[in-house]
Design a protein around this ligand. Structure first.
Ligand SMILES: Cc1cc2nc3c(=O)[nH]c(=O)nc-3n(C[C@H](O)[C@H](O)[C@H](O)COP(=O)(O)O)c2cc1C
Length: 169
């Protein structure tokens, strides 16, 4: 495919198995930079991030989700928050956080890394904030687990396009 952006969108997969190779901090900064270039309502940029590479903290966080094996296996985690002091419209701010995370996932793939959006962990978001030393000003949106993929065999699928298009008028 000649269109690099479409190619990247279609080739991105959730990567859940990683090697022990660390993720360098320059790449983590680049991933966050891609995140903050997502659109946001009124350009309010409500997202905030916590970068976790420390094994002891990852271990603690792994206890907050049923996907503990992914959290432990990923050499880096980026927790994405909404800053309650920066938000202006709940729906639009949450949509912006989603756009931010998707940009991050695409950046991760483009850096030859792998990542997965972890949402189940939100069931214990207060516990996550406690572990990270954050108060309720910051609302957890997602944790992105990142690493060097152990393989790229993941398969995924989508229903046919016609299932989603309600009408063409
Ligand atoms: C809001 C949201 C929450 C998700 N939560 C989890 C999760 O907790 N654990 C997990 O392994 N994958 C999680 N995923 C990844 C999805 O399972 C994955 O995107 C989906 O199966 C499609 O696969 P693909 O990303 O490879 O195309 C989440 C994705 C989204 C958008």
């Amino acid at each position: 495919m000649a269109n690099k952006i479409l190619e990247a969108i279609y080739a991105r997969r959730s990567r859940r198995e990683f090697t022990d190779e660390p993720v360098n901090s320059k790449d983590l900064q680049e991933i966050i930079k891609a995140g903050i270039w997502a659109p946001s309502g009124l350009n309010n940029q409500p997202w905030r991030f916590v970068i976790v590479t420390d094994a002891a903290v990852r271990e603690q966080l792994s206890a907050t989700t049923r996907y503990s094996h992914i959290v432990k296996g990923a050499q880096a985690l980026i927790a994405v928050f909404l800053d309650q002091e920066a938000v202006y419209d709940a729906t639009k701010d949450h949509q912006a956080a989603g756009a931010c995370v998707q940009n991050m996932l695409l950046a991760i793939e483009s850096l030859s890394l792998g990542g997965v959006w972890l949402g189940q962990i939100l069931n214990n978001k207060e516990q996550v904030n406690d572990i990270l030393g954050l108060g309720d000003r910051y609302e957890l949106m997602a944790v992105v687990a990142i690493g060097h993929p152990a393989h790229r065999n993941q398969q995924s699928n989508r229903k046919e396009l016609h299932n989603f298009i309600l009408k063409t008028l």
